[in-house]
Design a protein around this ligand. Structure first.
Ligand SMILES: Cc1ncc(COP(=O)(O)O)c(C=O)c1O
Length: 393
C-alpha cells in the first residue's frame, strides 16, 4: 500500500487551526462567559433591517455588481468625507467586500507574488499570518516596541528586503489597543513610498478612539496615491459583524487589480444586505466612543485590581493584559479560567509568531454589556488569589 500523503496543500498545512476556536467550544460546553471576542450587544439599525427585508421580498435577490451597489459605495465615500475630510471616488476607488477579512486577503493577493514578504507589526490580529500564507506570501513580523507598543520605524526599515512588497498595519490595533499617531503612520508611509511598497491598513476600529484622540490613517496623506490600500468594515462600524460588509479604498490602478481578485474570491457581498446598508445615512452611525471609553475604564480598573498589568487602550475594542504579577502562563491561565471560573479570555499566544512571546499576555474585550463583564470579573475574582470585587463599581 502506498504511504498516505496529505491531500492538503502545503499552503493550508502551514496554517494552524485558530487557537481560540477550541477554547470557544470548551467555553460553550461549560457555559463560560465570553469576554474574549469583540461582540457589542446592540442591534443593527432598524432602517437597515427594513431595507434588507424589503429587498428580499421584492426580488432583489440576484448578484449585485461585483464592486458593490453604487449607493453603498457612495455611502462609504460620504462617510470618509464626513468623518475624515478625505475625498475618494466611489466609482473607481471603493470596492465592497465580504467583511474586512476578505478585504485584507484581496489586498495581500493584489500586491504580492508567491514568496514575497509582508511586514507585520507584532503582536498582530491572529488572522493575519494565515491570510498572508493563503496568498503564498511570507509574514515578516516586526515587534512593536514595549512597554507602550510603539511602531519602531528603524526596525521596519531593517526588515525590508528585496522581497518585501507590503506592510500590513492595523490601527486602532487589535490586540494592544494602540491608535498609532501621526508620526508613526506618516513615517511608515514615507518608508513605503521610499521602498516602493504598499501600505495595507486595516482600520475596522476607526470609529473607536478614546480620550479625545483622532484616528490617523494614511489615506489622503501626501504620497498615499499608489501606495495605500485601506480596509474598513461597515459591519464593525455598525456593530453587526454577521452582515459581512467590508470595503477597500485604493487608487483606481490598485482598485482595478483588487477587483480582479475580488471577482475570483467572493464575487460580492450578499445583495439584500447591501441594499439594507445602502438605506442608511450619517445619522445611523452612532457615536459610541463615550460609552466604550467608560466600559474600557471599568474593565481596566478591575483587571488591575485582579493583579493584571494593563496599559489603557487608546482605541479599538480590546485590552491586552499582562499576567506577570499573577505568575501565570497565559495558556494555562486561560484554560483554568474557562474550566474552573467559567470565563473565556483569549490567550496571548495567538498574537505572536513565537508562542513563548505570548505566554505573559491575555486579551479581553470591553465592548460586551456591563452585566456580562461584571459577572465575568466577579467569577475571576473568586478564582484568582488577589483582587477586589467588580460589583463595587
Ligand atoms: C483587526 C481586525 N480586522 C478585521 C476583523 C474582521 O472584520 P470583518 O468582520 O469585517 O471581516 C477583525 C475582527 O475581529 C479585527 O479585529
Amino acid at each position: 500500500m502506498k504511504p498516505t500523503t496529505s491531500r492538503l496543500s502545503r499552503r493550508v498545512a502551514g496554517i494552524g487551526a485558530m487557537e481560540l476556536a477550541g477554547l470557544m467550544r470548551l467555553a460553550h460546553d461549560v457555559g463560560a462567559i465570553d469576554i474574549a471576542l469583540g461582540i457589542p450587544p446592540g442591534d443593527p439599525p432598524a432602517a437597515a433591517i427594513a431595507a434588507a427585508t424589503a429587498a428580499l421580498a421584492t426580488g432583489r435577490n440576484q448578484y449585485a455588481p461585483p464592486e458593490g451597489l453604487l449607493p453603498l459605495r457612495q455611502l462609504i465615500a460620504a462617510e470618509l468625507l464626513r468623518t475624515r475630510g478625505v475625498v475618494v471616488d466611489p466609482v473607481d476607488e471603493v470596492t465592497v467586500t465580504c467583511g474586512a477579512t476578505e478585504g485584507v486577503l484581496d489586498a495581500v493577493l493584489t500586491v504580492t507574488d508567491p514568496g514575497d514578504e509582508v511586514i507585520l507589526p507584532e503582536p498582530f490580529y491572529e488572522n493575519y499570518p494565515g491570510v498572508i500564507r493563503l496568498a503564498a506570501a511570507v509574514p515578516r513580523p516586526v515587534p512593536l516596541a514595549g512597554p507602550d507598543w510603539r511602531l519602531d520605524l528603524d526596525a521596519v526599515r531593517a526588515a525590508i528586503t528585496g522581497r518585501t512588497r507590503a506592510v500590513l498595519l492595523n490601527t486602532p490595533h487589535n490586540p494592544t489597543g494602540r491608535a498609532f499617531d501621526e508620526a508613526e503612520v506618516s513615517g511608515l508611509l514615507d518608508l513605503c513610498v521610499e521602498h516602493d511598497l504598499v501600505l495595507i491598513t486595516d482600520e475596522v476600529y476607526e470609529r473607536y478612539v478614546y480620550d479625545g484622540r483622532r484616528h490617523v490613517s494614511p489615506l489622503g496623506m501626501p504620497g498615499a496615491a499608489n501606495h495605500v490600500i485601506t480596509v474598513g468594515s461597515l459591519s464593525k462600524s455598525l456593530q453587526m459583524s454577521g452582515w459581512r460588509m467590508g470595503y477597500c479604498v485604493a487608487s483606481p490602478e490598485l482598485t482595478a487589480g483588487l477587483r480582479r481578485v475580488h471577482e475570483r474570491t467572493t464575487v460580492g457581498a450578499a445583495r439584500p444586505l447591501q441594499e439594507g446598508v445602502s438605506a442608511l445615512g450619517a445619522a445611523d452611525f452612532t457615536d459610541d466612543r463615550a460609552l466604550f471609553q467608560e466600559r474600557r475604564d471599568h474593565l481596566v480598573t478591575h483587571l488591575e485590581a485582579l493583579g493584571f498589568d494593563v496599559r489603557t487602550p487608546e482605541g479599538g475594542w480590546f485590552v491586552l493584559a499582562g499576567t506577570a504579577r499573577l505568575a501565570a502562563r497565559s495558556d494555562k491561565l486561560v484554560a483554568e479560567l474557562v474550566e474552573s471560573a467559567g470565563v473565556l479570555l483569549a490567550p496571548g499566544t495567538s498574537f505572536f509568531t513565537d508562542r513563548a512571546d505570548g505566554l505573559s499576555w491575555v486579551r479581553t474585550t470591553f465592548v460586551r454589556d456591563r452585566e456580562r463583564t461584571v459577572e465575568a470579573l466577579e467569577r475571576m475574582r473568586r478564582f484568582l488569589p488577589t483582587g477586589t470585587t467588580a460589583r463595587q463599581g
